[in-house]
Design a protein around this ligand. Sequence first.
Ligand code: TRP
Length: 383
Amino acid sequence: MTSTSFTVTPWEVKGEIDYEKIIKEFGVKRIDEPLMHRLSKLAPLHLFLRRKLFFAHRDLDVVLDEHEKGRKVVLYTGRGPSGHTHLGHLVPWIFTRWLQKAFKAKLYFQMTDDEKFLVKDLSLEQTTNYAKENALDLIALGFEPHDTKIIYDTEHIRELYPFALKIAKRTTFSTAKAVFGFDNSTNIGLSFFPALQAAVAFYAQQQVGMAGGEKAADAGKNVQCLIPCAIDQDPYWRIARDAAPYLGYQKPATILSKFLPGLSGPAGKMSASDAANAIYTTDKPEDARKKVMRAFTGGQPTIDEQRKKGGNPDICTVCQWLNLLFEEDDDVMQQRLKDYRAGKILDGENKKYLADKVVAFLEEHQRKREKARDVIEKYSLTA
Ligand code: TRP
Protein backbone atom coordinates (compact mmCIF):
# COMPACT_ATOMS: atom_id res chain seq x y z
CA MET A 1 0.00 0.00 0.00
CA THR A 2 1.30 3.44 -0.92
CA SER A 3 -0.35 6.58 0.39
CA THR A 4 0.79 10.17 0.22
CA SER A 5 2.81 10.03 3.42
CA PHE A 6 3.90 6.40 3.73
CA THR A 7 4.56 3.12 1.93
CA VAL A 8 4.09 -0.40 3.28
CA THR A 9 4.85 -3.27 0.91
CA PRO A 10 6.77 -6.53 1.50
CA TRP A 11 9.89 -4.91 0.02
CA GLU A 12 9.60 -1.34 1.16
CA VAL A 13 8.45 0.33 4.36
CA LYS A 14 8.92 4.06 4.73
CA GLY A 15 7.35 7.27 6.00
CA GLU A 16 5.14 7.91 8.98
CA ILE A 17 2.84 4.93 9.07
CA ASP A 18 -0.86 5.39 9.77
CA TYR A 19 -1.86 2.02 11.21
CA GLU A 20 -5.55 2.92 11.29
CA LYS A 21 -5.45 3.46 7.57
CA ILE A 22 -3.63 0.17 7.05
CA ILE A 23 -6.25 -1.75 9.02
CA LYS A 24 -8.95 -0.32 6.77
CA GLU A 25 -7.16 -0.74 3.46
CA PHE A 26 -5.78 -4.22 4.13
CA GLY A 27 -9.11 -5.31 5.56
CA VAL A 28 -7.58 -6.79 8.71
CA LYS A 29 -9.11 -6.57 12.17
CA ARG A 30 -7.84 -4.92 15.34
CA ILE A 31 -7.00 -7.21 18.26
CA ASP A 32 -9.75 -6.03 20.58
CA GLU A 33 -10.34 -6.52 24.30
CA PRO A 34 -12.48 -9.68 24.01
CA LEU A 35 -9.74 -11.32 21.92
CA MET A 36 -7.08 -10.23 24.40
CA HIS A 37 -9.17 -11.77 27.13
CA ARG A 38 -9.42 -15.07 25.27
CA LEU A 39 -5.67 -15.06 24.67
CA SER A 40 -5.00 -14.34 28.32
CA LYS A 41 -6.64 -17.65 29.20
CA LEU A 42 -3.88 -19.50 27.33
CA ALA A 43 -0.98 -17.70 29.00
CA PRO A 44 -0.31 -14.40 30.76
CA LEU A 45 -0.46 -11.80 27.99
CA HIS A 46 2.86 -11.12 26.35
CA LEU A 47 4.35 -7.63 26.59
CA PHE A 48 3.87 -7.18 22.83
CA LEU A 49 0.13 -7.68 23.24
CA ARG A 50 -0.14 -5.51 26.34
CA ARG A 51 1.73 -2.68 24.62
CA LYS A 52 -0.14 -3.28 21.33
CA LEU A 53 2.91 -3.96 19.19
CA PHE A 54 0.87 -6.88 17.90
CA PHE A 55 -2.30 -5.06 17.02
CA ALA A 56 -4.17 -6.69 14.13
CA HIS A 57 -5.16 -10.09 12.78
CA ARG A 58 -7.09 -12.19 10.34
CA ASP A 59 -9.16 -15.04 11.82
CA LEU A 60 -7.44 -15.12 15.19
CA ASP A 61 -10.90 -15.77 16.63
CA VAL A 62 -11.20 -18.83 14.37
CA VAL A 63 -7.84 -20.11 15.65
CA LEU A 64 -9.06 -19.76 19.22
CA ASP A 65 -12.35 -21.53 18.38
CA GLU A 66 -10.48 -24.41 16.74
CA HIS A 67 -8.02 -24.65 19.59
CA GLU A 68 -10.84 -24.73 22.12
CA LYS A 69 -12.39 -27.61 20.16
CA GLY A 70 -9.12 -29.50 20.52
CA ARG A 71 -7.95 -29.00 16.94
CA LYS A 72 -4.27 -28.69 16.15
CA VAL A 73 -2.70 -25.31 15.48
CA VAL A 74 0.56 -24.92 13.58
CA LEU A 75 2.69 -21.77 13.56
CA TYR A 76 4.49 -20.38 10.56
CA THR A 77 6.82 -17.42 10.28
CA GLY A 78 10.03 -16.57 8.46
CA ARG A 79 12.83 -14.29 7.52
CA GLY A 80 14.25 -12.85 4.33
CA PRO A 81 17.99 -13.24 4.98
CA SER A 82 19.37 -10.05 3.46
CA GLY A 83 21.82 -9.27 6.26
CA HIS A 84 22.36 -9.79 9.95
CA THR A 85 19.40 -9.84 12.29
CA HIS A 86 18.42 -6.65 14.11
CA LEU A 87 16.14 -6.22 17.10
CA GLY A 88 13.15 -5.36 14.92
CA HIS A 89 13.43 -8.78 13.26
CA LEU A 90 13.39 -10.47 16.65
CA VAL A 91 9.98 -9.02 17.55
CA PRO A 92 7.82 -11.58 15.71
CA TRP A 93 10.17 -14.42 16.65
CA ILE A 94 10.06 -13.64 20.36
CA PHE A 95 6.31 -13.45 20.11
CA THR A 96 6.17 -16.71 18.18
CA ARG A 97 7.93 -18.46 21.05
CA TRP A 98 5.18 -17.23 23.36
CA LEU A 99 2.50 -18.44 20.94
CA GLN A 100 4.27 -21.77 20.62
CA LYS A 101 4.00 -22.36 24.35
CA ALA A 102 0.46 -21.01 24.53
CA PHE A 103 -0.85 -23.27 21.76
CA LYS A 104 1.65 -26.12 22.24
CA ALA A 105 2.23 -25.86 18.52
CA LYS A 106 4.92 -26.77 16.06
CA LEU A 107 6.69 -23.97 14.22
CA TYR A 108 7.74 -23.94 10.58
CA PHE A 109 10.20 -21.15 9.87
CA GLN A 110 10.98 -20.18 6.28
CA MET A 111 14.33 -18.67 5.26
CA THR A 112 13.73 -17.01 1.90
CA ASP A 113 17.29 -16.96 0.58
CA ASP A 114 15.74 -17.09 -2.92
CA GLU A 115 13.56 -14.01 -2.34
CA LYS A 116 16.41 -11.86 -1.08
CA PHE A 117 18.62 -12.99 -3.94
CA LEU A 118 15.90 -11.88 -6.35
CA VAL A 119 15.17 -8.48 -4.81
CA LYS A 120 18.51 -7.35 -3.40
CA ASP A 121 21.91 -6.75 -4.85
CA LEU A 122 23.25 -9.88 -3.16
CA SER A 123 24.64 -13.17 -4.46
CA LEU A 124 22.87 -16.43 -3.77
CA GLU A 125 25.86 -17.45 -1.71
CA GLN A 126 25.46 -14.37 0.48
CA THR A 127 21.75 -14.90 1.09
CA THR A 128 22.19 -18.61 1.90
CA ASN A 129 24.97 -17.69 4.33
CA TYR A 130 22.85 -15.05 6.00
CA ALA A 131 20.07 -17.62 6.30
CA LYS A 132 22.34 -19.74 8.52
CA GLU A 133 23.51 -16.71 10.50
CA ASN A 134 19.92 -15.56 11.06
CA ALA A 135 18.93 -19.07 12.14
CA LEU A 136 21.37 -18.75 15.06
CA ASP A 137 19.31 -15.81 16.35
CA LEU A 138 16.11 -17.79 16.11
CA ILE A 139 17.60 -20.72 17.99
CA ALA A 140 19.07 -18.39 20.63
CA LEU A 141 15.52 -17.35 21.56
CA GLY A 142 14.86 -20.77 23.06
CA PHE A 143 13.12 -22.69 20.29
CA GLU A 144 13.67 -26.42 20.47
CA PRO A 145 14.51 -28.77 17.61
CA HIS A 146 11.67 -31.23 18.24
CA ASP A 147 9.01 -28.65 17.47
CA THR A 148 10.83 -26.11 15.30
CA LYS A 149 11.71 -26.80 11.67
CA ILE A 150 13.67 -24.32 9.58
CA ILE A 151 13.02 -24.38 5.84
CA TYR A 152 15.84 -23.03 3.68
CA ASP A 153 14.12 -22.34 0.38
CA THR A 154 16.99 -23.18 -1.97
CA GLU A 155 17.68 -26.37 -0.05
CA HIS A 156 14.12 -27.58 0.61
CA ILE A 157 12.37 -26.39 -2.52
CA ARG A 158 11.32 -29.95 -3.39
CA GLU A 159 9.02 -30.07 -0.34
CA LEU A 160 7.35 -26.78 -1.16
CA TYR A 161 7.15 -27.01 -4.91
CA PRO A 162 3.92 -29.03 -5.27
CA PHE A 163 2.11 -26.58 -2.99
CA ALA A 164 3.64 -23.55 -4.72
CA LEU A 165 2.51 -24.88 -8.11
CA LYS A 166 -1.08 -25.28 -6.99
CA ILE A 167 -1.10 -21.76 -5.59
CA ALA A 168 0.64 -20.30 -8.64
CA LYS A 169 -1.92 -21.84 -10.98
CA ARG A 170 -4.70 -20.10 -9.10
CA THR A 171 -3.01 -16.71 -8.90
CA THR A 172 -3.12 -14.49 -11.96
CA PHE A 173 -0.45 -11.98 -12.82
CA SER A 174 -3.06 -9.26 -12.60
CA THR A 175 -3.75 -10.19 -8.96
CA ALA A 176 -0.02 -10.33 -8.22
CA LYS A 177 0.44 -6.94 -9.82
CA ALA A 178 -2.35 -5.44 -7.75
CA VAL A 179 -1.24 -7.05 -4.49
CA PHE A 180 2.55 -6.68 -4.81
CA GLY A 181 2.91 -3.79 -7.21
CA PHE A 182 4.75 -5.84 -9.84
CA ASP A 183 5.32 -4.17 -13.18
CA ASN A 184 7.07 -4.91 -16.47
CA SER A 185 10.48 -4.38 -14.92
CA THR A 186 9.92 -7.01 -12.21
CA ASN A 187 12.07 -10.08 -12.75
CA ILE A 188 10.11 -13.26 -13.39
CA GLY A 189 11.65 -15.02 -10.39
CA LEU A 190 9.96 -12.58 -8.09
CA SER A 191 6.64 -12.94 -9.84
CA PHE A 192 6.56 -16.63 -8.86
CA PHE A 193 8.02 -16.16 -5.41
CA PRO A 194 4.76 -15.27 -3.59
CA ALA A 195 3.51 -18.79 -4.33
CA LEU A 196 6.50 -20.17 -2.39
CA GLN A 197 5.95 -18.00 0.63
CA ALA A 198 2.26 -18.89 0.66
CA ALA A 199 3.08 -22.60 0.16
CA VAL A 200 4.61 -23.04 3.61
CA ALA A 201 1.26 -22.38 5.29
CA PHE A 202 -0.25 -25.45 3.62
CA TYR A 203 2.90 -27.52 3.84
CA ALA A 204 2.96 -26.91 7.59
CA GLN A 205 -0.66 -28.03 7.93
CA GLN A 206 0.04 -31.15 5.92
CA GLN A 207 3.10 -32.06 7.98
CA VAL A 208 1.22 -31.72 11.25
CA GLY A 209 -1.60 -33.85 9.83
CA MET A 210 0.87 -36.52 8.73
CA ALA A 211 2.57 -36.49 12.13
CA GLY A 212 -0.89 -37.25 13.52
CA GLY A 213 -1.09 -40.36 11.32
CA GLU A 214 -3.10 -38.97 8.39
CA LYS A 215 -2.33 -39.98 4.81
CA ALA A 216 -0.30 -37.47 2.77
CA ALA A 217 -3.03 -36.87 0.16
CA ASP A 218 -5.40 -35.10 2.52
CA ALA A 219 -3.37 -34.68 5.66
CA GLY A 220 -3.79 -31.51 7.68
CA LYS A 221 -7.04 -30.31 6.22
CA ASN A 222 -8.31 -29.74 9.75
CA VAL A 223 -5.17 -28.18 11.06
CA GLN A 224 -5.24 -24.42 11.53
CA CYS A 225 -2.20 -22.37 10.56
CA LEU A 226 -1.42 -19.15 12.43
CA ILE A 227 1.19 -16.75 11.03
CA PRO A 228 2.76 -14.18 13.40
CA CYS A 229 4.54 -11.48 11.38
CA ALA A 230 4.85 -7.77 10.69
CA ILE A 231 1.99 -6.22 8.75
CA ASP A 232 4.05 -5.66 5.57
CA GLN A 233 3.76 -9.42 4.86
CA ASP A 234 -0.03 -9.26 4.61
CA PRO A 235 -0.14 -9.36 0.77
CA TYR A 236 1.23 -12.92 0.82
CA TRP A 237 -1.54 -14.08 3.09
CA ARG A 238 -4.17 -12.64 0.78
CA ILE A 239 -2.77 -14.89 -1.95
CA ALA A 240 -2.63 -17.87 0.42
CA ARG A 241 -6.13 -17.31 1.73
CA ASP A 242 -7.57 -16.99 -1.77
CA ALA A 243 -5.90 -20.23 -2.82
CA ALA A 244 -6.84 -22.20 0.31
CA PRO A 245 -10.23 -23.51 -0.90
CA TYR A 246 -8.67 -24.84 -4.12
CA LEU A 247 -6.09 -26.75 -2.15
CA GLY A 248 -8.69 -27.94 0.34
CA TYR A 249 -7.04 -26.36 3.38
CA GLN A 250 -8.23 -23.95 6.04
CA LYS A 251 -7.36 -20.36 5.29
CA PRO A 252 -4.24 -19.41 7.24
CA ALA A 253 -4.83 -16.93 10.05
CA THR A 254 -2.47 -14.11 10.93
CA ILE A 255 -1.46 -12.06 13.94
CA LEU A 256 0.20 -8.86 12.80
CA SER A 257 2.64 -6.43 14.36
CA LYS A 258 3.58 -2.83 13.84
CA PHE A 259 7.21 -1.98 13.14
CA LEU A 260 9.71 -1.28 15.84
CA PRO A 261 10.76 2.32 15.19
CA GLY A 262 14.40 2.93 14.37
CA LEU A 263 16.65 4.86 16.76
CA SER A 264 17.18 7.84 14.49
CA GLY A 265 13.55 8.95 14.33
CA PRO A 266 9.96 7.89 14.77
CA ALA A 267 9.16 7.32 11.07
CA GLY A 268 9.13 3.98 9.28
CA LYS A 269 10.63 0.76 10.54
CA MET A 270 14.09 -0.10 11.77
CA SER A 271 15.66 -0.41 8.36
CA ALA A 272 18.38 -2.97 7.83
CA SER A 273 20.21 -0.61 5.50
CA ASP A 274 20.78 2.21 8.02
CA ALA A 275 23.31 0.81 10.52
CA ALA A 276 22.99 3.56 13.16
CA ASN A 277 19.21 3.32 13.14
CA ALA A 278 19.18 -0.35 14.11
CA ILE A 279 20.85 -2.54 16.69
CA TYR A 280 22.09 -5.81 15.29
CA THR A 281 22.37 -8.97 17.34
CA THR A 282 25.97 -9.09 16.16
CA ASP A 283 26.81 -5.54 17.33
CA LYS A 284 29.39 -5.30 20.06
CA PRO A 285 27.41 -4.44 23.21
CA GLU A 286 29.42 -1.25 23.69
CA ASP A 287 28.71 -0.15 20.10
CA ALA A 288 25.04 -0.78 20.76
CA ARG A 289 25.30 1.40 23.86
CA LYS A 290 26.71 4.20 21.73
CA LYS A 291 23.83 3.90 19.27
CA VAL A 292 21.33 4.22 22.11
CA MET A 293 23.19 7.22 23.53
CA ARG A 294 22.85 8.94 20.14
CA ALA A 295 19.17 8.05 19.65
CA PHE A 296 16.45 10.51 18.66
CA THR A 297 14.48 11.56 21.74
CA GLY A 298 11.45 13.61 22.66
CA GLY A 299 13.53 15.97 24.76
CA GLN A 300 14.08 19.73 24.74
CA PRO A 301 17.20 21.54 23.46
CA THR A 302 18.50 22.23 26.98
CA ILE A 303 18.30 20.46 30.32
CA ASP A 304 16.68 23.50 31.90
CA GLU A 305 13.96 23.58 29.29
CA GLN A 306 13.36 19.85 29.63
CA ARG A 307 13.00 20.20 33.42
CA LYS A 308 10.46 22.97 32.87
CA LYS A 309 8.50 21.81 29.83
CA GLY A 310 9.06 18.06 30.02
CA GLY A 311 9.64 15.66 27.11
CA ASN A 312 7.34 14.14 24.54
CA PRO A 313 7.38 10.34 24.83
CA ASP A 314 5.22 9.93 21.71
CA ILE A 315 8.07 10.88 19.42
CA CYS A 316 10.90 9.62 21.66
CA THR A 317 12.51 6.47 20.30
CA VAL A 318 14.07 5.72 23.69
CA CYS A 319 10.67 5.80 25.41
CA GLN A 320 9.24 3.70 22.63
CA TRP A 321 11.93 1.04 22.84
CA LEU A 322 11.40 0.83 26.58
CA ASN A 323 7.67 0.65 26.17
CA LEU A 324 7.62 -1.85 23.31
CA LEU A 325 10.58 -4.05 24.15
CA PHE A 326 12.62 -3.54 27.26
CA GLU A 327 10.53 -2.41 30.25
CA GLU A 328 8.45 -5.44 31.18
CA ASP A 329 6.87 -3.95 34.28
CA ASP A 330 3.65 -2.10 33.38
CA ASP A 331 3.62 0.05 36.52
CA VAL A 332 7.25 1.06 36.18
CA MET A 333 6.65 1.91 32.53
CA GLN A 334 3.62 4.05 33.25
CA GLN A 335 5.48 5.92 35.95
CA ARG A 336 8.50 6.51 33.70
CA LEU A 337 6.34 7.90 30.89
CA LYS A 338 4.64 10.23 33.36
CA ASP A 339 7.98 11.36 34.76
CA TYR A 340 9.36 11.89 31.28
CA ARG A 341 6.42 14.09 30.37
CA ALA A 342 6.82 16.01 33.61
CA GLY A 343 10.49 16.68 33.01
CA LYS A 344 11.54 14.53 35.96
CA ILE A 345 13.34 12.03 33.74
CA LEU A 346 15.91 13.62 31.44
CA ASP A 347 17.19 12.18 28.17
CA GLY A 348 20.66 11.27 29.41
CA GLU A 349 19.26 9.19 32.21
CA ASN A 350 16.57 7.66 30.03
CA LYS A 351 19.10 6.63 27.41
CA LYS A 352 21.36 5.09 30.00
CA TYR A 353 18.42 3.17 31.48
CA LEU A 354 17.65 1.74 28.03
CA ALA A 355 21.29 1.19 27.07
CA ASP A 356 21.91 -0.93 30.19
CA LYS A 357 18.98 -3.15 29.26
CA VAL A 358 20.06 -3.41 25.62
CA VAL A 359 23.62 -4.34 26.63
CA ALA A 360 22.40 -6.97 29.08
CA PHE A 361 20.13 -8.45 26.43
CA LEU A 362 22.86 -8.55 23.80
CA GLU A 363 25.41 -10.15 26.10
CA GLU A 364 23.08 -12.98 26.92
CA HIS A 365 21.75 -13.33 23.39
CA GLN A 366 25.23 -13.49 21.94
CA ARG A 367 26.23 -16.25 24.36
CA LYS A 368 23.23 -18.30 23.30
CA ARG A 369 23.79 -17.44 19.66
CA GLU A 370 27.31 -18.91 19.74
CA LYS A 371 26.05 -22.06 21.41
CA ALA A 372 23.45 -22.39 18.66
CA ARG A 373 26.22 -23.11 16.14
CA ASP A 374 26.61 -26.59 17.62
CA VAL A 375 22.95 -27.52 17.19
CA ILE A 376 21.83 -25.60 14.11
CA GLU A 377 21.66 -28.75 11.97
CA LYS A 378 19.05 -30.28 14.28
CA TYR A 379 16.57 -27.59 13.31
CA SER A 380 16.80 -28.13 9.58
CA LEU A 381 13.60 -29.39 7.96
CA THR A 382 15.38 -32.47 6.68
CA ALA A 383 17.40 -33.22 9.86
N1 TRP B 1 9.27 -12.35 3.11
C1 TRP B 1 9.75 -12.33 4.46
C2 TRP B 1 10.84 -11.25 4.58
O1 TRP B 1 11.21 -10.60 3.67
C3 TRP B 1 10.27 -13.66 4.90
C4 TRP B 1 9.17 -14.64 5.21
C5 TRP B 1 8.92 -15.83 4.58
C6 TRP B 1 8.16 -14.52 6.22
N2 TRP B 1 7.86 -16.47 5.13
C7 TRP B 1 7.37 -15.69 6.13
C8 TRP B 1 7.89 -13.54 7.17
C9 TRP B 1 6.31 -15.88 7.00
C10 TRP B 1 6.81 -13.74 8.03
C11 TRP B 1 6.02 -14.90 7.94
O2 TRP B 1 11.33 -11.03 5.67
